[in-house]
Design a protein. Structure first.
Length: 152
């Protein structure tokens, strides 16, 4: 994991790949838990038997929002900003789902900081570019740009 000494040094890491996260396995249990939490029980995610007959690879696929919700967990493995009091999620600029994540797949997060601005209150607005890689797949699960606010 890359360590950034302070929020004021974020600029030194602009457009440089940070450390990729560890591989994370997408299991049916995790998909079901996400469905339970969100109420999204669409069969393509939770009905293993129907998926065997009706999905292209015979497997359920993870919810797109489940994969997106892994950003905090996996992003924490890519870089750490020391000497900051807090980091807040400010939103997203762009999210594109490119390739479904089949049950049993392994995914990891690749991250670059693509923009940083000093705010009037002394914090930093940071735009992150994320790509969720699927092991053994050519295309990523998604690409996303998110906005974080980091305070010294």
């Amino acid at each position: 994991m890359i360590e950034i000494n302070s929020p004021s040094e974020i600029e030194n890491f602009l457009n440089k790949p940070l450390t990729p996260s560890d591989w994370y396995q997408v299991t049916q249990e995790r998909i079901n838990n996400f469905a339970e939490s969100t109420g999204d029980f669409q069969w393509i995610h939770v009905d293993v038997e129907k998926a065997k007959n009706e999905m292209p690879d015979g497997k359920t696929i993870a919810h797109g929002y489940y994969m997106l919700s892994l950003i905090p967990l996996l992003s924490a493995q890519t870089a750490k900003i020391n000497n900051s009091s807090r980091t807040l999620n400010y939103g997203s600029e762009k999210i594109r789902y490119i390739n479904p994540v089949k049950v049993g797949s392994f995914v990891r997060l690749n991250r670059k900081i693509i923009k940083v601005n000093l705010m009037e209150n002394g914090g930093y607005r940071m735009i992150n570019f994320y790509e969720m890689e699927i092991k053994y797949e050519e295309k990523p699960a998604y690409i996303a740009e998110t906005i974080s606010l980091v305070f010294p």
